[in-house]
Write a protein that binds this ligand. Structure first.
Ligand SMILES: C[S@@+](CC[C@H](N)C(=O)[O-])C[C@H]1O[C@@H](n2cnc3c(N)ncnc32)[C@H](O)[C@@H]1O
Length: 190
């Protein structure tokens, strides 16, 4: 992107809805969307090109294997919209908020950086809350019913492809924002 503007990362970005919308909201910041599925990334990347978005890129890769490449950047936010919940007890280690993933996020996040998780899955939401507590992390916000909250930020209201499907099925969207250190900022992007 040819500059060292602050960076936000989207993990499991699918068609890149967070990366694309945030890059338009914040032209002075950079955005990277990671997904393992090339066809989904292709949809987002094509949109970025057609809309002349120059502050967003997409990477086809396992996030956990590539995020360390960004360790020279000050990453302020990591968005994780609607990750697979891996509901079976023997696959909990694959959950994207399992402590083994948190260590990776900690290595790339700025000190007061924030991780944002959106999910329709109650067990995933409760698991993330439990991990935040057990690992002694800082919980900035949690909502078991995001859209019942009257003070939503513009970022929290960005809709992803999966989210639209969940809303059509009348599922309740949950949201968690946490980090590794306290911050005075109400909203980390500002
Ligand atoms: C349920 S979809 C949600 C897609 C998108 N975030 C949305 O809300 O529309 C989960 C996405 O995470 C991607 N994914 C799963 N594990 C990943 C990993 N380790 N690294 C990067 N992407 C991953 C999948 O390929 C899939 O596109």
């Amino acid at each position: 992107m040819g500059n060292k503007n602050p960076l936000t990362v989207e993990i499991g970005c699918g068609t890149g809805d967070y990366t694309l919308n945030l890059s338009k909201m914040y032209p002075q910041r950079n955005f990277v969307g990671f997904d393992v599925k090339g066809s989904r990334i292709w949809t987002g990347a094509k949109k970025a090109l057609s809309e002349n978005i120059t502050n967003a890129v997409f990477v086809i890769a396992y996030a956990e294997k590539t995020l360390h490449l960004l360790s020279d950047w000050q990453i302020s936010d990591v968005w994780i919209p609607f990750p697979h919940p891996y509901p079976r007890p023997n696959s909990i280690k694959k959950r994207i908020v399992h402590p083994r993933f948190l260590q990776i996020y900690k290595n790339i996040l700025a000190r007061e950086g924030r991780i944002h998780l959106k999910t329709d899955d109650t067990s995933m939401y409760e698991y993330a809350l439990k991990v935040v507590k057990e690992e002694g992390l800082v919980l900035f916000k949690s909502s078991a019913d995001l859209y019942s909250d009257k003070s939503l930020t513009a970022e929290e209201q960005i809709l992803t492809k999966y989210e639209l499907d969940h809303l059509k099925e009348r599922k309740v969207i949950k949201y968690l924002c946490f980090g590794f250190a306290h911050s005075n900022n109400q909203n980390s992007l500002i």
